[in-house]
Design a protein around this ligand. Structure first.
Ligand code: SF4
Ligand code: SF4
Length: 99
């Protein structure tokens, strides 16, 4: 499960590849597509290994990319669980009555 991902503003990119060079797990590459300025914006080539560290964003001179962490799936799963009765409550067929 990926820990993070990126957001790329393609039209701001000038294809300098600083983000590609400085990404610690090397999960970026310049895409084959062109933006309106004639440059190749970056894309994730191994999304599962992006950590969301935002070093790509720190090195981008044009604020064209930033990385961010994804919500932890365990936190999402836990918050979607129904609440359990606490130890000082008694469950009956009609509902839950505090002890
Ligand atoms: S957020 Fe970090 S790991 Fe993800 S692409 Fe940017 S530099 Fe690489
Ligand atoms: S560092 Fe910024 S301008 Fe350079 S290729 Fe990456 S996104 Fe584009």
């Amino acid at each position: 499960m990926a820990k993070g991902t990126i957001d790329v503003k393609n039209e701001r990119c000038k294809g300098c590849a600083f983000c590609v060079e400085f990404c610690p797990p090397h999960v970026l590459a310049l895409s084959a597509t062109y933006n309106a300025r004639g440059y190749h914006p970056p894309e994730l080539i191994d999304p599962e290994r992006c950590t969301g560290c935002d070093l790509c964003g720190l090195y981008c001179p044009d604020f064209a990319i930033h990385g961010f962490p994804l919500p932890k799936s365990s936190a999402v799963a836990k918050s979607s669980q129904p609440e359990q009765p606490s130890a000082d409550t008694t469950a009956t067929s009609d509902g839950i009555i505090a002890a």
